[in-house]
Design a protein around this ligand. Structure first.
Ligand code: FAD
Length: 442
């Protein structure tokens, strides 16, 4: 009798939990390593923050999650569940279409209990090293440290699935003069509540979801909030419906007297520079002899953002793409990986996968996307998910999901409608979803 493949899953967030379920369903022997004492990853709110608010100190104490206390999902709940395990309305829970973060954690706990995933998880076990047993081997040594007593354990696994998330390591812009700027600097990773910004003049850099939400929340207590963005269409102006919010082009430079100058020629004396500038991929435990590298936020080479061709299928990454319907994409990646590891689906040869990666890079360059956007799907999410679905033996994604995703990101992309979450047209979407679930030939 042959033993099932032993697979180490690193992380018990959305990706790790979905991976554990899929791998186990394929009959594989799964161990999930989770460095904290709970599951849910990002969705487990923690009022503590890093000891360095911008994350430059390599020896700082790091808190994994970047959730702020008031956070509500930026996607409607219909897109916050798995395709085969939807996000329900919790009895006596948050009735809103865009629920608070507590509801997402509740959902992930329910999912774990339903599929017995807690029993597969070693809580309080941080993976500190992953490396091939030897150059010629396909197996991996996984070294983990138990938080409780710092005991190190080394074990051999046939495959490793990395599910450690990528919203913890702040990414900062380069700003001329910043080393002498005397104000307070913070990255959104370390934002929890608005009160510390009472009466302050705050410059928020960034234009994605976090910048949108945080700038508006801070504006309720701050003296002034100035949003700086690289977005090409932005002109300096006061925001409609706000007495104390302005938008500007990107920060050009800062100086010793607290001045922050913008590319549009405007400037302000500010107390706080608030970076909503995204995150860096970071896998400090991974030793691949240079086969997998991170350059300018490109993790590569990765075939379809999942498998490094030279180490496939025995090493894989779940959840790398950005700007996505994360639950659905993660679930499909996991199902594909599980089918590959169980031998049901074959990967192309290493050479073919490398050729695909090269072609992808060239196409990105031709389309004018910089390297650090390698894992943005550039509005090709639906094609990517349908490709994964086919590999996982599933039908294509229902069309309404794509439409709903595009509709929900519009307010943030266009900087419109502060309270877009509460203006959502539930009746319209209910009708669309109902229609889509009817047999099409009726
Ligand atoms: P994570 O949730 O980060 O989980 C990774 C896990 O790995 C953690 O539990 C961590 O402790 C563990 N880990 C890390 N390193 C190790 C190690 N060495 N050893 C052992 N364990 C380790 N997505 C949405 O779909 N909708 C939203 O509205 C939304 N809002 C967001 C708001 C914010 C502020 C942020 C930061 C993200 C948001 N996201 C949202 C994206 C969100 O991160 C994903 O939904 C999802 O949590 C990603 O799951 P993950 O499992 O890939 O990573």
């Amino acid at each position: 009798m042959t033993h099932p493949l032993r697979v180490a899953v690193i992380g018990a967030g959305v990706a790790g939990l979905a991976a554990a379920r899929s791998l186990r369903r394929e009959g594989l022997d799964v161990v999930v390593f989770e460095k904290s004492n709970h599951l849910g990853g990002t969705w487990s709110y923690d009022p503590r923050t890093d000891s360095d608010p911008v994350g430059l100190d390599p020896n700082r104490e790091v808190v994994h999650t970047s959730l702020y206390r008031s956070l509500r999902t930026n996607l409607p709940r219909q897109l916050m569940g798995f395709l085969d395990y939807p996000f329900p309305n919790r009895n006596n829970g948050d009735p809103r279409t865009f629920p608070g973060h507590e509801e997402v954690l509740w959902f992930l706990n329910r999912f774990s209990d339903e599929f017995g995933l807690r029993g597969l998880t070693r809580f309080g076990s941080e993976v500190v090293r992953v490396e091939l047993v030897s150059e010629k081997s396909d197996s991996w040594v996984v070294e983990s440290r138990r938080n409780r007593d710092s005991v190190l354990t080394r074990e051999v696994f046939g495959a490793v699935v990395v599910c450690t998330g990528h919203f913890t390591q702040p990414r900062l812009p380069t700003i001329p003069g910043i080393e002498k700027w005397p104000g307070y600097q913070i990255h959104s990773h370390n934002y929890r509540v608005p009160e510390p910004f009472q009466g302050q003049i705050v410059v928020v850099i960034g234009f994605a979801s976090s910048a949108f939400d945080i700038s508006r929340e801070i504006a309720k207590v701050a003296k002034e909030v100035h949003i700086a963005t690289r977005s090409p269409d932005v002109k300096v102006m006061k925001l409609a419906n706000h007495d104390n919010m302005w938008q500007h082009k990107m920060v050009k430079c800062v100086s010793e007297d607290r001045l922050v100058a913008f590319d549009d020629g405007s400037s302000v004396y500010a107390d706080v520079l608030f970076y909503c500038t995204g995150y860096k991929y970071h896998f400090p435990f991974l030793e691949t002899n240079g086969i997998v590298t991170i350059e300018d936020n490109r993790v590569g080479p990765l075939y379809k953002h999942v498998f490094p061709p030279a180490l496939a299928p025995w090493l894989s990454f779940i959840g790398i793409p950005e700007k996505e319907v994360i639950f659905q994409m993660t679930e499909l990646q996991c199902k594909w990986v599980a089918r590959v590891l169980s031998g049901k689906v074959l990967l192309p040869t290493e050479k073919e996968m490398m050729a695909y990666v090269e072609e992808y890079y060239q196409q990105m360059e031709k389309d004018g996307f910089p390297k650090h956007m390698t894992h943005y799907l550039h509005f090709k999410e639906i094609g990517y998910c349908n490709w994964l679905a086919a590999k996982a033996g599933l039908p294509p994604i229902e069309h309404w999901r794509d439409e709903m995703y595009l509709e929900s990101i519009k307010p943030v992309l266009l900087g419109l409608q502060d309270n877009y979450r509460d203006q959502w047209d539930d009746a319209h979407w209910k009708a669309i979803i109902k229609d889509a679930s009817l047999p099409q030939n009726v």
